[in-house]
Design a protein around this ligand. Structure first.
Ligand code: NI
Length: 256
């Protein structure tokens, strides 16, 4: 099992991060992609990865913080995306639900970071909330960059736009929530484009809902996705693990 999206550098894990990781390995997690959603978070994520070969990281500026995007930050990201332990740009995208940064700044930061991912030959982890049309338009303008639609909860048009471009779709613990209505998206995503994630410390799956999430709980996500698709869970885990290794280029770090 691979948790393709975890904010393990978050201060929420400061008291017991090594215990959290121990539980993950014991639960059968083989690798965790640690999201570096700001320059600070990326530094902290890289420090964690430096001490643990089963961790990889991303680097980027979250849409909430798009107002901090600048030529200096762009130069930082251009360099960081070439670091061998940084396997993707992200998370980047558009969030029109919270609108923490003005939408025009969100779009500019998103487009420029996607282009930097393309320059570096890295995929991009995409955050999309109530911005399906604009996210699809930005991705459509740079089809050479492989995208991971993270914690997918969007509409059918964004899903199809992503799948046409052979992007990946990642599902989180939201699939276990009582109010989840998107089993159709779980079924429509081809098995070779499907990924699993926790988005920890957020979105803890049932029966942990409302508590701090952690990478071990990707097991509950795998079980629910397997149930929806009518697949043995081991088969689902093998397929999604191979997908994660392929899109993030994890082979080297996983065998080390
Ligand atoms: Ni996230």
């Amino acid at each position: 099992m691979i948790d393709t999206h975890c904010h393990l550098a978050d201060p929420a894990y400061e008291p017991d991060r090594s215990e959290v990781l121990r539980r993950a390995w014991e639960a059968g997690v083989e690798h965790v992609v640690v999201i570096g959603e700001s320059p600070d978070a990326s530094d902290r994520a890289l420090a964690l990865a430096g001490a643990e070969p089963r961790l990889s990281t991303t680097a980027g500026v979250h849409p909430h913080d798009a107002r901090t995007w600048s030529p200096q930050v762009a130069a930082w990201l251009r360099e960081r995306l070439h670091h061998p332990r940084v396997v993707a740009a992200g998370e980047i995208g558009l969030d029109y639900h919270y609108d923490h940064s003005p939408r025009d700044l969100q779009r500019a930061a998103f487009e420029q970071q996607l282009a930097l991912a393309g320059d570096a030959g890295r995929p991009a982890v995409i955050h999309a909330r109530e911005a399906d049309d604009d996210v699809a338009a930005v991705l459509g303008a740079q089809p050479q960059v492989t995208a991971i639609l993270h914690s997918f909860s969007g509409g059918p048009a964004l899903l199809r736009a992503g799948l046409v471009l052979r992007h990946y779709v990642s599902f989180s613990g939201m699939v276990t929530f009582k109010n989840w209505r998107l089993d159709r998206a779980v079924l429509e995503t081809p098995l070779d484009r499907l990924l699993l994630e926790t988005d920890a410390p957020y979105l803890a799956p049932v029966p942990h809902r409302g508590k701090r999430n952690e990478p071990a709980f990707v097991r509950q996500v795998a079980e629910q996705v397997a149930l929806v698709r009518g697949l043995p869970v081991d088969e689902l885990i093998a397929a999604t693990g191979a997908n994660a290794a392929r899109v993030f280029g994890l082979k080297a770090s996983m065998s080390s």
